[in-house]
Structure formats: C-alpha cells, structure tokens
Design a protein around this ligand. Structure first.
Ligand code: ADP
Ligand code: GLC
Length: 490
C-alpha cells in the first residue's frame, strides 16, 4: 500500500511529545511489512539538517491558499534505521522559527501555518508523482487534510481513490480557529461555514471536528480512550460528533519503536542489560545518581528510585504529585527523579522540591531525550498519574526496561498496565482509579512493598520486560484499518 503520513511532529527531527514518536514508528513498521510509506513534516527552523543529513531537493511547487498561490520547497531525509523517505516542507515565513507550536500560547498564525502545510502536502505528493492509497493525518494540526482530500482533491487523478484516515492523539487540543480567516485560507469560503457544518462547533472552526467528519475512518490511540471520548468527561465537547461517527471510530493501541527503546541495544544508557542481567540495571541507577551529585556510598543505598518523564501540564496529574510525594520523600521511603518541562507553576513546584530534598528529589527542568532514556533505565518505578491519557508511551518504554509503572487507570494506561497480584504472580505494575491523593499514595505503597522482595521483585520485572507492545503490532492493525477505509470510501 502507498501510505502518505503527515504530522506536525516526527521524531527525532521535531518532537514535543508522543505524537512525534508514533509518526516515526508507524511508517518504519509499514516499511518492514512490505508497504511504501512516505512522511511529511514542516521544515522548522530548529531542525538540525546537518546532523540528520537532510538535503534540499529541486522540487518547488505552488500551493493554493484562498484565491492566491504560495510556494513550498521540499527537503529530503530518511527515518533513522530505515529507508522511509521524510519530506520536509520549507516555507520561510511559516516555519523558519524556533519551535513547533510556539510556547507557551502558540504562534498567532498557527491556523495559517498548518493549513499551508496540510495543503502543501497534496501538491508535493503530486510533484513527487506519489499516488497514495491512503492519507493518514494526525491530530488537529493536519486534520484539514481530510477535508481537502474529500472536498477538493476527490476528482484529481492522484487522489480519487485515496482513503482518508484521521488519528486522534489528544482531544484536549482541537485547533479552534477564526472562521473568516480559516475558511478563506482553505478556499472553502464562508458559504461552507454554517451552524452544524462539518467545520463548525459553537460558531468557530474546530479542526478536530473537521477531521472526524471528513475522514473515512477515525482512530484513536488506545481502545479505552476510544470509549472514553464518547462521553462528556473525556470528549472535550466533541462527544456528540464522535458518537455520530462511532461506527467508524477504532481504538488502535500505540506501539513502541524497540530499535530506539530497548535496554539491550540502547546506546544512551550507562550499561546495557536484559532480563537475565537485571543486576546491570542497578549499575544504571548508581551511575545516574552519582551523575546527579550523590556520593557513591549514597548512590548504592537500597532506596527505591521513582522516576517520571513528562510534559508538565494539567493532563499529567502533577497536582497529585504535589499532594503526595513530599510525604514519601520526608520519610526517606524513596528517591524521586524527573525530567519535565511545561507550565511554570509545575516547574516552580519541582524547583521547590529540589531545594527541600536536595539528595532525594533529583529534578531536571527541560527537554532532553538522552536524559529521558537514562531516567527510564535507572528508575525502579515510573509514575504516570494522568488525569486522562489517550495512550501514553513512557509506561510502555518503562515496561521494556523492567521499570515498574505506577499509573492511573485511564486511556492507554489501563490498556497496558495490569495490577500485580502477589498470589498468582500475574501483572506488570500498579494502578489506581480515583484522581485522589489517597488512591495514588496507596498504589505507591503497594509498589514499594514489592521493591527488592523476592520472588516478587524479579517476577514482576521479568513479566514487564516480556510484554510486547511493538510498533509492528500497531502497524499491522493500521493496515487493517486502511483496508476498511478503502472499502468504505465516502
Ligand atoms: P504525551 O504525548 O502526552 O506527552 P506520551 O507518553 O505519549 O505523552 O509521550 C511523551 C514522549 O515525550 C515520550 O517519548 C517521552 O519520553 C517524551 N518526553 C516527555 N517529556 C520529556 C522531557 N522533558 N524530556 C525528554 N523527553 C520527554
Ligand atoms: C498524545 C497523548 C498521549 C499519546 C501520544 C501519542 O500526546 O497525550 O497519551 O501517547 O499522543 O499517541
């Protein structure tokens, strides 16, 4: 199958969270399965073209925007450890700036930037003479691809047999835009914008709704989240839209790129290990703690290390951490390490924690992929107390590293972590349901009670490492979805 994937993030070139990881691991899986994927991403100013050997091509093409034309140029690279081509769409006005979305509130022209990118992909595919069987768009930034495909390119010989699949990674970000601007840029015009139209929600343009309504099939990143978003609590106002399309809404659990995340092969961690050499995981812990400034003697103490790798947003349940962690740290029941960046109030809380517990709370504010690997390898446990979590990747990475997840039972966390039962030795982690301090603390206490206690400790870690959440599995599932989408073309 010829698969065209477009996304605002693609790891390792441009990544803010899990979206980038998935947009990179799926095409690699499809290639391995014998398909022909190509990937499109904007050429942001911060992308390191030299490091990734991204080179300009002589493909320059024009892009219809409203009643005028704009221009794009293609650069070309390859997804690491594969031959999947990645095309970077260059337009200096839109993308030659630092960052993907613009922090903290987003660039004011994000509507225009991502509409240009989305529309440019169609023209670029034509310029490359790539005839896709399916266009796979991700999240609100590229959702308009579904509308362009179905309403503007459907009579174009390149796309008239192309199915559109739209994947929702997070309902919390919907791409809400001013109708006058958006409808002009897209070329649909205000005549297509009226109450109840596929672009409209509460009088403004809702990109997520547009993607959901125009797509042949809609997927989201875990089976549990696919159910949750059909209810008001998780649907973020679009539950009715999702229920309208419920027959075409499918939950496909994300997968992990084990060429990037495997303790046996990972070149960013201190020492490689397997489930047969778990004692080497300890070396990772000791060396990490020493790098954080602890003397060797302290670093070697048998105190559990609880880790976290996260964006610092409301979604990730940092509030619960604020209410819980100090108690455990003051009694010396654990050490805590985190790498995170995001909202100021949460960063401030972490700085406070570091000052109060300089040897027990090891805080890194920022974004650093190598450090995230080191933390996951070094920690004994990983906490993910999210309010909601469409899928969550860090708990899956943790499992592979024998780092036991302690998670809230929601979305993909509920689909990947099963409570450890010491009676029959089943399960791979610890869960809690209510978003409450007491429940979270109880889960942490249950987890700490197995730390170092045999045979439980090795059993749970070995079961965790044996879990297979590979992208190859999710890749296969997407191929099924694409086949259904082609059969059910609207
Ligand atoms: P989300 O996409 O909601 O942020 P996921 O768990 O799906 O959550 O994906 C997060 C991804 O971003 C993972 O690859 C994780 O390792 C990475 N990540 C998050 N925060 C950081 C950080 N501060 N430094 C490095 N990597 C991070
Ligand atoms: C989103 C979600 C996260 C998911 C990721 C990749 O950012 O917040 O749960 O794992 O997308 O699909």
């Amino acid at each position: 199958m010829n698969i065209l994937l477009l996304s605002a993030e693609v790891t390792p070139f441009a990544k803010a969270g899990g979206l980038g990881d998935v947009a990179a691991s799926l095409p690699k899986a499809w290639e391995e399965l014998g398909h022909t994927p190509i990937v499109f991403v904007p050429k942001y100013g911060h992308i390191d073209t030299r490091k990734y050997e991204i080179v300009p091509t002589d493909v320059i093409f024009s892009v219809p925007m409203g009643t005028w034309q704009e221009y794009g140029r293609l650069w070309r690279g390859t997804l690491p450890n594969s031959t999947v081509p990645v095309y970077f769409i260059q337009n200096q006005d839109y993308f030659d700036r630092d960052g993907i979305y613009g922090n903290p509130d987003g660039f004011t022209d994000n509507d225009r930037r991502f509409l240009f990118f989305t529309r440019a992909v169609f023209e670029a595919a034509k310029a490359l003479q790539f005839k896709p069987d399916v266009i796979h768009a991700h999240d609100n930034h590229t959702a308009f691809a579904m509308a362009f495909l179905k309403a503007q390119y459907r009579f174009d010989p390149y796309f008239h047999q192309t199915a559109g699949v739209f994947t929702i990674h997070n309902m919390a970000y919907q791409g809400l835009y001013d109708p006058k601007r958006t409808m002009e840029f897209t070329g649909f015009g205000m005549k297509s914008f009226y109450k109840g139209s596929w672009f409209e929600q509460h009088g403004i343009v809702n990109s997520m709704r547009t993607g959901i309504m125009f797509a042949d099939k809609i997927t989201t990143v875990s089976p549990t989240y696919a159910q949750e978003i059909r209810w008001a609590k998780f649907g973020e106002g679009l539950q009715n839209t999702l229920n309208e399309r419920s027959g075409d809404l499918i939950g496909v659990l994300n997968g992990v790129d084990y060429t990037e995340w495997d303790p046996e092969l990972d070149s960013t961690i201190y020492t490689n290990y397997t489930k047969e050499t778990l004692e080497l995981k300890e070396v990772n812990k000791t060396r990490f703690l020493m790098d954080c400034g602890l003397p060797e003697r302290e670093a070697k103490q048998t105190i559990p290390l609880v880790g976290m790798v996260t964006r610092l947003t409301d979604q990730k349940g940092i509030e619960l951490l604020e209410q819980t962690i100090e108690n455990f740290l003051s009694y010396g029941m654990m050490r805590f390490c985190i790498i995170g960046s995001g909202e100021r109030k949460y960063e401030d809380f972490l700085r406070y924690l570091a000052r109060k517990f300089p040897r027990r709370a090891l805080i890194q504010i920022g974004y650093n992929t190598n450090q995230s690997h080191k933390i996951i390898a070094a920690s004994d446990f990983l906490v993910v107390p999210s309010r909601f979590e469409p899928c969550g990747l860090t708990q899956m990475y943790a499992l592979k590293y024998g780092t036991i997840p302690i998670v809230r039972s929601t979305g993909g966390l509920a689909d990947t972590v099963q409570e450890f039962n010491p009676n029959d030795m089943t399960g791979n982690g610890f869960l809690f349901s209510a978003f409450q301090r007491r429940d979270f603390s109880a889960a942490i206490r249950r987890a700490l009670s197995v730390y170092g206690v045999q045979p439980y400790w090795n059993t749970i870690r070995t079961s965790a490492m044996e879990n297979d959440y590979s992208a190859l599995r999710s890749g296969k599932r997407y191929i099924e979805v694409f086949t259904w989408a082609r059969e059910a073309m609207r």
